[in-house]
Each structure stands twice: as C-alpha cells, then as structure tokens.
Write a protein that binds this ligand. Structure first.
Ligand code: NDP
Length: 311
C-alpha cells in the first residue's frame, strides 16, 4: 500500500528503523550502529520474550545463564553504541513514496528508508473456559516471572516444547508438585537434554495424551478439567504452548507470510523492497536467540550494502 504523505517531505527520514527490541532487533542495532547507519529503534522494551527464559544453555560463551541476564548484556551493548530508542509500541507501518512511515501508539510518526521488523511473537492462548478469568489468579504465561509465587503448591505446565519443559524444571524448584500435561504420546519436539532432566526430576509428573477443557476455581485457580473427565486439583496453570507472530501492525503492507510468519529471502528482505524482517517473526525454522541475532545482523549488513550503493 503506497500512500502520499506531505509530512514525509518535511520530516527527518532515517536510514533505518528497527521495530522490536529482542535479540534480533538488538543485534541489528549493534551492526547498524557500527555501519554508521542513521538508526532509530522503536520498541516498548528491550529483551523481548527471551528475557523471560528461565535458563539459556545454548548461546555460545554463556554456559548457563538466565534469559534476563543475557538480554541485559545485549541491552548494555546497544546502549554503549548510543543507538536512539523510542520506548513505545508501534501502531501501524505504511509505505510512503520513498520511505516507510512508522506511527507509534502515542501518535508519533517516524520515517525511514528501510525497516527491520523484529517484533517477535506473543504467547499462544488455549482459548478454553477459565483461561482469561483466572489469568493473573493462578493462570500464567511466564514461569520465570510467577514461579516463586507457587512455593509448595501444585501446578501444571501445558505443552511439550522447550518452553514447557524448562518452565516445569524451574517450577520444580519452588512447587511441591509439577504436572506437565501434553497432548502427544511422547516428547518429540523438546531438546533431549531437557527431556532427560524432566524424566529424572522426582517432583515432575508427565501426563501424555491429555488436553485441558477448562480451568476452574473460586477466587483463584483450584483445578483443571481434562479431556478424559479427570479433574486434578492444583493451584497454578502455566500455559507454554508456543507463540503467535506480532504481525498486526503490518497487515496493510501486503507482506507475504507462511502460517502468519513473515517470508524473507537470504538477505532477510521481504517481498516489499526495503522492508526486512528478523527473529522469531520470520518463517525460518530454528527459533533461537542465536538465529534471531544472526538474522538481525544479516539484515543490517544488507541494508548497509544497499545504502552504500545509493551514495
Ligand atoms: P513450540 O512451538 O516449540 O512448542 C509448543 C508446544 O505447545 C508443542 O508441544 C505443541 O504441541 C503445544 N501446543 C500448541 N498448541 C497447543 C494447544 N492449543 N493445546 C495444547 N498444546 C498445544 O514452542 P515453545 O514456546 O516451547 O518454543 C518456541 C521456540 O523457542 C523453540 O524453537 C524452542 O526451541 C525455543 N525455546 C528454547 C528454550 C531453551 O532451550 N532454553 C526455552 C524456550 C523456548 P505439539 O507438539 O503437539 O505440536
């Protein structure tokens, strides 16, 4: 969608706007700063979902640290390069004649000739009765944030990926008992290292081939109902069933997607010239901090090359 906008002529047009402050956005910012691109980052926080990961054990040189610690290091690196950051959410992005317009939630408008869209993903919801009602009252999407509130209690983690297993391991440090409720018959998706640790943990009980139909409670969660009509009593439900990409703000741009994730070429560019994407929001398979960071770096590098050719 191309729109004429008179303010495009009068306002500052950056080389690059990075939308999102997770690993992809921050890595892009580090590379862009060193390539001396005139860059603005727009994000409501730095760290993204990675900052809520209990343990990161596969980011080279960090043998064992929390997502928060690692993202703190990324944030310090970006700050050391003095990349300007507008701390707020983005409402819409539209294509102008020679640039992109980024309108924030407070109504500010910024322009850039190129965009790296690294807005990441949000927690997927189960969409079952009781989920919204008890959100914040026993239902949580973040074991790192809320785990300590469930000391000596019984909780369930829903899902069978790395997030579910690492959350269960973290919760076992606080809770009396942790159920993992997974809809398949065995863990085929999670890292074997996490599976082994779960199997060895005496506080964790895995329930395979089961799905929740309802979360019940009074003031707070008191239990869940399962597909086979069992109703285990528990006080906390941690929903770790993957994520959905944050593509709402770019709906009007005509960007090609695959299952809602953005399709990119080897340069991280989308089908819209000048509009790049990086990190968990792309349709690339391996969704890890290291791959998100690499995608951010590749996008910044190609933007630098394009920029240089135009000079
Ligand atoms: P995944 O997409 O890997 O797993 C989601 C899990 O939720 C799957 O087991 C899926 O089931 C299940 N699920 C999805 N929808 C439903 C539903 N409606 N009802 C019940 N279950 C459902 O997501 P994660 O968040 O676990 O991980 C995302 C990425 O982040 C991965 O690449 C992962 O490796 C990475 N990660 C790494 C960590 C680490 O190593 N420290 C920690 C956390 C994440 P099914 O298997 O049947 O499809």
């Amino acid at each position: 969608m191309t729109q004429k906008n008179s303010s495009e002529k009068t306002k500052k047009v950056h080389d690059l706007i990075i939308v999102g402050g997770g690993p992809a956005g921050m890595s892009a910012a580090i590379y862009a700063a060193r390539y001396m691109l005139d860059t603005l980052m727009v994000t409501w926080n730095t760290g993204g979902l990675a900052a809520t990961a209990h343990k990161i054990c596969n980011y080279p040189s960090y043998v064992d640290c929390s997502g928060f610690e690692l993202m703190q290091k990324f944030t310090e690196h970006v700050a050391s390069l003095k990349v300007p950051i507008a701390y707020e959410g983005v409402k819409t992005i539209t294509k102008q004649k020679k640039s992109f317009s980024v309108i924030t939630e407070s109504g500010k408008e910024y322009f850039a000739r190129r965009i790296i869209y690294a807005a990441g993903t949000n927690h997927r919801h189960l969409n079952i009765p009781g989920e919204d009602k008890y959100s914040g009252r026993g239902v949580s999407y973040c074991a790192t944030c809320d785990g300590p509130l469930f000391r000596a209690k019984t909780v369930a983690v829903i899902g069978g990926g790395d997030a579910a297993l690492t959350s269960a391991l973290l919760l076992s440090e606080h809770a009396k008992k942790v159920y993992i409720i997974y809809r398949k018959s065995k863990f085929f998706r999670a890292e074997p290292t996490w599976v082994k640790l779960v199997e060895k943990n005496p506080k964790i009980k895995v329930i395979f081939n089961q799905e929740l139909t309802e979360i019940v409670g009074d003031k707070f969660v008191t239990g869940v109902k399962l597909k086979d009509n069992a109703e285990p009593a528990l006080e906390g439900v941690f929903i770790e069933i993957g994520s959905v990409p944050n593509t709402e703000t770019i709906k009007g741009l005509g960007i090609k997607t695959e299952n809602d994730y953005i399709k990119v070429d080897k340069n991280q560019e989308t089908n819209i010239r000048g509009f790049y994407a990086a990190g968990d929001i792309t349709a690339n398979d391996l969704k890890q901090i290291i791959t998100a960071s690499a995608e951010g770096a590749v996008a910044a590098y190609n933007i630098y090359n394009e920029n240089t050719k135009e000079k």
